[in-house]
Design a protein around this ligand. Structure first.
Ligand code: SF4
Length: 697
């Protein structure tokens, strides 16, 4: 009933990478409720987060004034009450806070060099904001120590995709499953983490599609699966190589496709000879005949897709896991046609766009190498600035180590919460406490903002203008439904004012000007204009000003030398930390349906918090019985990094030697426990495997 609201605004859900279009109904300056719109990724659907996760924007904890740390504040630590920040901070004007923020960074850069100042941007901000953020660090401080949460989610997938197919984005939208007859979902739990995408997967099975689910945990899609492979944690490569070895042994591969579009096949084929299903079965915990059946089902498909999530990427062998998935698609020719392709399901709503916009230490926008002199010149010509470093910068976790080493002394952190999301988070918190100057820009006083010297109040997505790019490569417009509270401002505008104060000649007055500048050096944005996005979603690549974009790419070759994709053989690498007598079980971490990442938004959304209010760890009922612990009682979990106390929950889907802990809860922060060991290529930490001791608390 239109009497229920004063206005309605079309925007995009701020949570996951599905990118559902929403209609925000506003009354008396507040969002009252949210409905799904007929966007290309959601066709009117929303999950519980999109439907009910909006009232955080009106929460009393919202930051409304710039804050500067008081001179008499207690020592830095995780010790600020977000409802009463005056014990540690005093309110300031924007001019004072921006001068203070900029001066702190320039003073340290002048005294110790530009590399003193590092940046974490945000996959929750718009494409334009991500672009400006990386530009500020590169142009303002002359180096590439700028990163964002892709490092913690799909960095290894992107590294394997760029290496082997020449592009880090998905080769087909998830909606293409409508044209498939077989699909693999591995290391992903879309029912909880990409719920609207999961509805397409379920419909696919209802019309006869075969869904092969592979996960050490029995995820929600298992009820729809033709094959459920609950393999040993960390055994991805042995299982996938065994499936590919069967395809080779039984001559099920697509020789014509391999000859036309790939390279290094003979090396892959020879490598796979060592990985028979019979040999791999005891390693991965899946019977040889099941592995053979999966190989025949996938290779025999008319059209097949592969979807994966952080169960694949967050390992020290994350890049190898993705290499196997790419090889599987290539050897069977299941790529480049409708209903085929590779699709790493993106986490944050704009992690694809922030990565495309160059918020990565190795790459400028569109994954153009910082080491290429011509590439840097193309950007500095547009920027009207001098050159910057040709060295790859430091990643999120490397910057933390660099703080401990005394090199990085200042940081600008926008909309990220590494004091909750980094592995071995006590180590990260100690680093943030050591910083001489920390500028945090956010909507709440996050755990990271506890350590700030100056806090700049920013906007929630429903308060800003810009564009975002979802997991499907679909670029969509976000629009402000309400004004930011108090003096809070849009992130791009804050970054512009900060840049001017560090001496950059920036004159942007609207995100459309930033978008136009991005398009000058981003081929992915060819034929995509701000004006088009005001009226339609466009999938990149778009081949003409009227082409809605290509749902499937690489039908006629790959953006690599001679147009050929590459097979890169993968060997078995053990998890970094094996269970032993002291830490006998396996810890894995992830998300839950109701909560988003570090919980700063969803735990301040009334409905979501009411449904899932308390930190919980899931274990098999038999494990709880052996421990003498009832569901609902408290457990102590301890790893070599630290210890937390958390409520036990019984879940038959978790194997008896595992414990699953969501990372949304500050009072039992999963990342106190996690292992910071990283994959050597994607430099992503091994969040999915640590040795843990479990006891009654
Ligand atoms: Fe939002 Fe993702 Fe849910 Fe869609 S599926 S409503 S984008 S959280």
């Amino acid at each position: 009933d239109s009497a229920d609201f004063d206005s309605e605004t079309q925007s995009i859900c701020p949570f996951c990478g599905v990118g559902c279009q929403v209609s925000l109904k506003v009354k008396d300056g507040r969002v009252k409720y949210v409905e799904g719109l007929n966007g290309p990724a959601n066709e009117g659907r929303l999950c519980v987060k999109g439907r009910f996760g909006f009232d955080y924007i009106h929460h009393p904890h919202r930051l409304t004034r710039p804050l500067i740390r008081r001179e008499d504040a207690p020592p830095k630590g995780l010790n600020v009450d977000p409802g009463n920040v005056s014990t540690h901070f005093r309110e300031a004007t924007w001019d004072e806070a921006l001068d203070f923020a900029a001066h702190g960074m320039t003073r340290l850069a002048q005294a110790h060099g530009g590399k003193t100042v590092a940046g974490f941007g945000s996959a929750k901000c718009t494409n334009e904001e991500a672009y400006l953020f990386q530009k500020l660090i590169r142009e303002g401080f002359g180096h590439n120590n700028v990163d964002h949460c892709t490092r913690l989610c799909h960095a290894s997938s992107v590294s394997a995709l760029i290496e082997n197919v020449g592009s880090g984005a998905v080769t087909a939208t998830f909606n293409e499953i409508e044209n498939a007859d077989v699909a693999i979902v591995i290391g992903a739990n879309p029912v909880e983490n990409h719920p609207v995408a999961a509805t397409y997967f379920k419909q696919f099975t209802k019309r006869g599609g075969k869904l092969i689910v592979m996960d050490p945990r029995g995820v929600g899609l298992r009820r729809f699966a033709s094959h459920m492979l609950q393999f040993r944690p960390g055994a991805d490569v042995s299982m996938l190589n065994a499936i590919m070895a069967t395809i080779v042994e039984e001559n099920l591969y697509d020789q014509q496709y391999i000859e036309a579009f790939t390279e290094n096949w003979e090396a892959e084929k020879a490598h796979l000879a060592d990985f028979s299903p019979e040999k791999m079965a005891p390693i991965c915990g899946i019977e040889a005949e099941v592995l053979r059946d999966v190989a025949r089902t996938f290779a025999g498909a008319r059209s097949a897709m592969i979807f994966w999530g952080m169960g694949v990427s967050q390992h020290v062998h994350g890049t190898d896991n993705s290499r196997c998935l790419i090889s599987l698609a290539l050897m069977t020719g299941q790529i480049g046609r409708p209903g085929t392709g590779l699709h790493p399901l993106r986490g944050q709503n704009n992690v694809q766009g922030a990565s495309d916009a160059g918020l990565i230490p190795m790459f400028l926008p569109d994954y153009q190498s910082v080491s290429d002199d011509n590439v840097r010149k193309a950007f500095t010509d547009v920027w009207g600035s001098g050159d910057f470093s040709n060295e790859k910068g430091l990643t999120v976790t490397e910057i933390v180590d660099d703080i401990h080493a005394g090199n990085t002394r200042a940081m600008y952190i926008q909309g990220e919460n590494p004091a909750m999301s980094d592995p071995d988070v006590d180590h990260a918190r100690e680093a943030f406490a050591r910083l001489e100057h920390l500028v945090v820009q956010d909507i709440f006083l996050t755990e990271t903002a506890n350590f700030a010297d100056v806090i700049l109040p920013a906007s929630a997505l429903y308060e800003k203008s810009g564009t975002v790019s979802n997991t499907n490569r679909q670029v969509q417009m976000v629009r402000p439904a309400v004004a930011p509270p108090g003096d809070a401002r849009q992130d791009w505008a804050v970054t512009v004012d900060l840049a001017r104060r560090i001496g950059l000649n920036w004159t942007y007055t609207h995100p459309r000007e930033i978008f136009a500048e991005m398009a000058l050096n981003m081929k992915s944005l060819d034929n995509i204009t701000w004006e088009r996005l005001e009226v339609e979603t466009v999938t990149y690549p778009s081949l003409s000003p009227t082409d809605p974009g290509q749902a499937v790419v690489f039908g006629d070759g790959f953006p690599r030398s001679r147009g050929r994709a590459r097979f890169t053989p993968a060997s078995i690498i053990a998890p970094n930390e094996a269970p032993d007598a002291d830490y006998p079980m396996i810890l894995t971490t992830g998300r839950q349906l109701e909560h988003w990442h570090t919980g700063s938004m969803t735990r301040r959304s009334a409905v979501l918090d009411a449904v899932e209010p308390e930190a919980n760890a899931s274990l098999h009922p038999a494990t709880l019985r052996d421990l003498g612990v009832e569901p609902g009682a408290m457990l102590r979990l301890t790893t070599r990094r630290g210890s937390i106390e958390i409520m036990a929950r019984a879940d038959r889907a978790v194997s008896p030697d595992m414990v699953f802990v969501p990372f949304a809860y500050v009072e039992a922060a999963a990342n106190i426990l996690t292992n910071p060991a990283v994959d050597p290529y994607g430099k992503i930490p091994e969040f999915k495997f640590a040795a843990v001791k479990v006891e009654p608390a």
